[in-house]
Structure formats: C-alpha cells, structure tokens
Design a protein around this ligand. Sequence first.
Ligand SMILES: Cc1cc2nc3c(=O)[nH]c(=O)nc-3n(C[C@H](O)[C@H](O)[C@H](O)COP(=O)(O)OP(=O)(O)OC[C@H]3O[C@@H](n4cnc5c(N)ncnc54)[C@H](O)[C@@H]3O)c2cc1C
Length: 462
Amino acid sequence: MSTTAQPPVFDSLKSAMRGPVLLPADDGYDAARAVYNGMISRRPAAIARCADVADVMTAVRFGRENGLTVSVRGGGHNAGGLGVWEDALVIDLSAMRGVTVDPAGKTVRAEGGCVWGDVDHAAGAFGLATPSGFLSTTGVGGLTLGGGIGYLSRRFGLTIDNLLAADVVLADGSFATASADTHPDLFWALRGGGGNFGIVTSFLFRCHDVGTVVAGPVLYDIADVADVMRWYREMQPSLPEELSGWLGLLTIPPAPPFPEPLWLRKACGIVWCYTGPPDRADAVLAAVRGFGSPLLDGIQPMPFPVLQSIFDALYPAGLQWYWRADFFREISDPAIAIHQKFGEALPTPHSTMHLYPIDGAVHRVGPDATAFAYRDVGWAGVIVGVDPDPASAGKIKDWAVRYWEALHPTSAGGAYVNFMMDEGSDRVRSSYGPNYDRLARVKARYDPGNFFRINQNIPPAG
Ligand SMILES: Cc1cc2nc3c(=O)[nH]c(=O)nc-3n(C[C@H](O)[C@H](O)[C@H](O)COP(=O)(O)OP(=O)(O)OC[C@H]3O[C@@H](n4cnc5c(N)ncnc54)[C@H](O)[C@@H]3O)c2cc1C
C-alpha cells in the first residue's frame, strides 16, 4: 500500500467493510477505476470493492450519510462508463462473481458483479444456458437491467424474460427480494429500467437446454450489402426460432482464423446461431447457406460458451468506443442505401454496425409486461466507432454521429438504453415510451431522493 496520507473521511467505511476501499493514492486505484471504454477516464473519490451483500448495504448507507454521489459498477462495460463517476463513491461489485447452478430445477444464480463468461462457464457444464448477449466479457448486472439482447433471444426471450428473482439493496440501505410475488412493481421496473432502483446483488435466471450449437459467421463482400440486406430482412423473420442471425458491417480482422487474402477487406456478415435438434441443423441452415456468393462460411458446431466468447479477443478492454443506437421496425430501402454508404466508409478496422433481431419469443411478451417497451420492433441497431488509438476519437465519433443522423429518420424513435452513451433525458424518455411514467412512479417509491442517478436516469415522479 502507498504511504501517502489519505483523507480520513473513508476510515469508518474501511473498517466496516470486508472488501477493500481504494482511494486515489492507493495501489490498484488506477486499475480499479478503468472501464471497458478507453475513451472514459474518471477519478472517483473512493472505490468500495464489496466482498458481499453486507458490504453493499454498508457502502450504500455510508454514501447516504455522507451525502456522496454514488455510482455502481458491475462488469464495467457500459458504453458511457456509468459504473465509475468523477468524485463519486463507486460501489464496485467486481469481486462478487459467484455462480450457482441448480441443474434439476434448471436455474442459475449469479452474483451482481458477474460477467457473462462466469455464467456461461457454470451453466454450460450442465448443457444449460440463459439468454444473454454476444460477448462473454459483458457484465450480467448492466446487461440484464437494461433488457439483454443476445443469440438466444429469438427462441427464449430477452435476458429479463428469464429473470425469476433479484436480490436488491435499496437506496435506504435495506434489502429486498423482487420477483413476481414479492415487490412485483420493483420486479417490473428492474426488467429494463436499468440501475435506477437499487443494487442487485444476485440474479436468479431460468435456464434452457443449450449444449452444442451450430453457429458462426457468413461473410459477403461489402459491394453485396444491398442484396444481402434485402434478402436478410425477408429471410430472418421467416426462419424457425431455433435459428437466429444478426447482421453486421465490418472489416475482416487481419488474423487467423480468417484466411489471409480476406484480411482488412470490408464486408457484410451475418452471424448465425442454430440451437435446435442436431439432426435438423443441416436442413434448417441450408436455407441461409445457399444465398449469394459468400467470401467465407464459418458455420460449425461448437459449445455455446465458445460461441459466446468467440469475438472477445477482437475487442479487448481499453479501446476507444463511440456509440449511437436506435430500434427499427423494418430495414427500408432508404436505410439500406445509408448502410451501404457508411459501411463502405468504416473509419477504422474495429468500427462496425450491428442489427440484432427483436422477434420470436421477445414479441410474445407484452410491451407493458416489463419496463422494456420496444417489444414490437424488428431489430435493435447499434453503430460503434472503435479504435485502439485515442487520436482516432474525433474520427470515429464523427462517422458514428453522421451515420446515426442519416439513419435515425428510418427508426422506431427510441433506442436500447444499453447501447446509448449520454444523449440526454429526452432520449431516455423516448426509449421507455409509454412505460416511462410508471417507471418514474416506481422510482419515487423506492428511491425518492434519486440516490441512484448515475445511469440512464429516470427521476422520481413528482
Ligand atoms: C463490447 C460490448 C458488447 C455488448 N454486447 C451486448 C449484447 O450482446 N447484448 C446486450 O444486451 N448488451 C450488450 N452490450 C451492452 C451492455 O449491456 C451494457 O454496456 C451494460 O451496461 C453493461 O453492463 P455492465 O454491468 O458490464 O456495465 P457497468 O458499466 O458496470 O454498469 C452499467 C450500468 O448498470 C448499472 N449496474 C451494473 N450492475 C448493476 C447491479 N448489479 N445492480 C444495479 N445496477 C447495476 C450501473 O450502475 C450502470 O448504470 C455490450 C456492451 C459492450 C461494451
């Protein structure tokens, strides 16, 4: 530990917590304040690395009693880096990563600081999985509380559609379990309303039988993007729910397993994932493999946790990221022309645009059944300018903003809150649509002082 003098204000927190409290002069402070998005560098007053639920309750009460701004860090992946805030007390859950699987009951319980790789690893051993996202390094906490869109959504719903219960430390430092039977209004709000309502110390999810999947990318030349998109917008909704494919505009990475002649070529890709009976895989996939003239067909059998981590190495922590997003009811012809223009002009090799299907099981849950309002759209779109070099920050932001401004008129109006940086309160309101007022009322009940405000904030009603 450093010998530099520390202000005494955090002494009582240090002595009350089992986990460490890191102050700016401490070894480990800089590593603990770093978030996934390298564009963000904030210096909190202290980082309370909680060891257990008792530590979380202690840190919340300490924050209240001392009038501190508090931010909550789960996996640290948030686009706007909302887990770590300037001059705040960070309640850091990253040491709380326990996972327990109940193979007989087909459930998994994950502590609030887990990343999805923790859950995939534990549940995968039993041939089970719960819907999550498309990477293993993303936090369970933030992803779940915003909704959760992933490979399994089409067949089994959003992550929140598989959430059975959540243990929550509330703004007054008390503890509650939210489920369909206990605190149902809180449970409703947690399913999409983000970190506004409390700190979730553990999530209980329903699992499904997902062992080996048949999955991987099919890549086409960027010149074919209009044909691919016109075909995809008709094909994807007509497919059996065991098959889901998200579409991306990308630069083919200059590394194995991609063949060297394709390195750094701009492309339009669809990453397919088939989760149905193995003996039907070839027949179902034939419908999508037969289209066009792919540069590469990487579809192959693999354990689901392998698919979940397949893109991790391409996007290590610390890159510069600039995000813009929207939901889309359709992929219109004018939208396709915009995708073609900006896809051909991807500003850096890591920059990309993705369209994730919102259909199947996601549509079978009503738009007011959970806080996640945009149930009836076709796709969640995200544009990300990404590069390792901080000097590229302006270039990647400019491309993403211009692309989004051109495309936004073709959108459904709001965006997936987990794909937004700071776009202001009107964007948050439009992303919750008709559910916003009820969210504000639940906020007034559980956090009337807006203690949890470092998030896509929903101020309390009244
Ligand atoms: C590379 C990358 C890939 C992604 N892929 C997907 C994807 O496939 N599908 C998808 O749906 N989303 C995806 N996302 C978006 C992701 O869901 C959000 O970035 C989410 O906020 C990350 O959660 P986190 O816990 O890692 O973030 P953090 O930065 O730790 O936290 C984000 C927000 O959630 C709150 N929070 C986190 N944990 C808790 C908790 N336990 N209790 C209360 N509040 C909490 C924080 O206070 C903060 O406001 C991706 C993001 C990245 C960077």
